[in-house]
Ligand binder design. Structure first.
Ligand SMILES: Cc1cc2nc3c(=O)[nH]c(=O)nc-3n(C[C@H](O)[C@H](O)[C@H](O)COP(=O)(O)OP(=O)(O)OC[C@H]3O[C@@H](n4cnc5c(N)ncnc54)[C@H](O)[C@@H]3O)c2cc1C
Length: 502
């Protein structure tokens, strides 16, 4: 099939969805192509830390300034996606106080509000903290829901004319002199092939940016750094807890809806797919995080997952932790003589909007038009409404519940299916809180499949879909399987073997 668009965006993470929204609000037609569902890359595999900038303020003040500026904007325009928990950078006896003093000074210089707390003050705010802590600094960190954020951006982009091709991978670029004339993309679920002509292309493929550029014979230097994270079965703190020392392994705990996320490691990789979380990583994360909150040592974990950071190499870095978390915007006209291609990569989830604005500005400059971005002032459609369990509790008793952990109602799932936009029925797991709670889908995904069967939405064998889901679920659960979790998994195994004959 042949398609034509003004701007083709490759990548459906936060950056790609943000660009689709930014351009369509400026009235510029665009099409986004994503090889999985939205959030298949790092955008769906991070901590969800709503950075104040504190984490980078000492080593990378420019990235820190970007974070605090975007933190302020997103509180207004994306309030539904953000939980304003605040954060503490705590100093333990082995950390000394030199770094803390540098940290406070650097926050002042970067205009990040920072308040020094005594040991008693910190413990009264967070009684679960290590009682040996020397002091803490409070900063405006928080937690952000990447799923809400990306889907809200995509929804608003669509409402303003953007279109999407999901589960569709760009497999080749057709060059004509100094331009990309067209791309070939393949629908990975249905096998259909598209030839897409676009006046301009934006490479928003995150960690895949170099791999994508190689399709055009181009190359950028990137380090691929895997970070693994563990999910506890409840919140272990109200605030984000950071260790007040240079960023290292296992030094962040982020509250997220009903759970907490511990992270992270930093391991150089050659490939982006098939990320494995190893037992030494799990042990390291638990050991380090329990120095900050001792109860973590005996807490139950419900899942482990990993993502790959797209880090752009300027050539002067030391280790991966020293590579800037700022973003890069590359005009391939200036760099490689390809007039209609742009790459935007690196950065943070928190800076997605700024990355999208700058990439869209460059597209407009190339088009010779002057439509300024409005995303820094125009709220996302859901802004002002709160998402979360408290809101869900208000709807209890209003119909059947599919997911008991996260209180997702049958009606909510039916509404997503009524929209008719899902190519793969299990993509509903990215559109709702289904299967994100403590049982990780063990008791709701078969109900979901029942619903799909009833409504005739499933083509083929639903047991095969169930098996596929269980295989994916197992990858996340296996690294954290010990103690009572083993017993629960045995129960789940017997249910699936006994009832579904799997
Ligand atoms: C372990 C870890 C922890 C992090 N923690 C935080 C945090 O707490 N806070 C924060 O602000 N940031 C955090 N980040 C950074 C943040 O997640 C990323 O910077 C951000 O999500 C990048 O978004 P993106 O859209 O640029 O890339 P991605 O989300 O990776 O999107 C790129 C997309 O391109 C698609 N794609 C690739 N090739 C093709 C192709 N050929 N055709 C079609 N589609 C293609 C991929 O499937 C992918 O979905 C973390 C990152 C990691 C890895």
């Amino acid at each position: 099939m042949n398609l034509k668009t003004e701007v083709l965006i490759i990548g459906g993470g936060a950056t790609g969805a943000g660009i689709a929204r930014d351009l369509s609000l400026r009235g510029i037609p665009c099409l986004l192509v994503e090889k999985g569902d939205f959030l298949s890359g790092a955008s769906g595999r991070n901590h969800g830390l709503f950075h104040s900038g504190g984490r980078y303020v000492v080593a990378d003040p420019e990235a820190a300034r970007e974070c605090i500026a975007e933190n302020r904007i997103l509180r207004k325009i994306a309030s539904r996606c953000v939980e304003e928990t605040d954060g503490l950078f705590i100093s333990l006896p082995e950390d000394g106080l030199d770094f803390r003093d540098r940290f406070v000074r650097a926050c002042e210089e970067a205009a990040i509000p920072a308040r020094l707390l005594s040991q008693d003050e910190a413990l009264s705010l967070e009684p679960g903290l290590n009682p040996d802590l020397k002091s803490a600094v409070a900063v405006p960190d928080g937690s952000i829901d990447p799923f809400e954020l990306v889907l809200e951006n995509a929804g608003d982009a669509e409402a303003h004319g953007a279109t999407f091709l999901l589960h569709t991978e760009v497999t080749s670029l057709l060059l004509d002199g100094d331009r990309v004339k067209a791309v070939v993309a393949k629908d990975l679920l249905r096998g259909e092939e598209y030839r897409i002509e676009a006046s301009y292309l934006v490479n928003a493929t995150g960690a895949w940016a170099d791999r994508f550029l190689r399709l055009a014979g181009l190359h950028i230097a990137m380090a691929l750094s895997k970070g693994s994270m563990l999910v506890t079965n409840q919140r272990v703190s109200h605030r984000v807890i950071n260790r007040c020392r240079p960023p290292s392994d296992g030094d962040i705990i982020v509250p997220n809806h009903t759970v907490s996320i511990l992270g992270t490691t930093s391991i150089r990789l050659e490939e982006i797919e098939h990320l494995e979380i190893t037992p030494p990583e799990v042990s390291l994360l638990i050991r380090e995080a329990s120095r900050m909150v001792p109860a973590i040592e005996t807490t139950r974990f419900i899942r482990a997952y990993a993502g790959v950071r797209p880090l752009f190499l300027s050539g002067e870095e030391g280790g991966d932790r020293a590579i800037s978390r700022g973003f890069v915007l590359i005009d391939h006209e200036k760099r490689d003589g390809i007039r209609n291609l742009i790459t935007v990569t690196g950065g943070k989830l928190v800076t997605y909007r700024l990355m999208a604005e700058k990439a869209s500005d460059l597209v407009c400059q190339k088009m010779g038009i002057n439509h300024p971005s409005v995303t820094h002032t125009k709220p996302l459609p859901g802004a002002g409404q709160r998402a979360g369990l408290k809101e869900r509790l208000k709807t209890l008793g209003q119909g059947e519940i599919l997911c008991d952990c996260e209180l997702v109602r049958r009606e909510e799932a039916e509404e997503v299916f009524r929209e008719g936009k899902l190519k793969n029925p299990l993509d509903i797991l990215h559109r709702t809180r289904l299967a994100k709670g403590t049982c990780q889908g063990a008791f709701c995904v078969y109900r979901l499949l029942g619903l799909l069967n009833e409504s005739g939405k499933i083509r083929g064998d639903s047991n095969t879909i169930l098996k596929g889901f269980l295989e994916e679920r197992w990858k996340g659960i296996r690294p954290v399987l010990w103690g009572t979790s083993v017993r629960e998994e045995e129960l789940i195994e017997s249910i699936y073997k006994g009832i579904f004959n799997l």
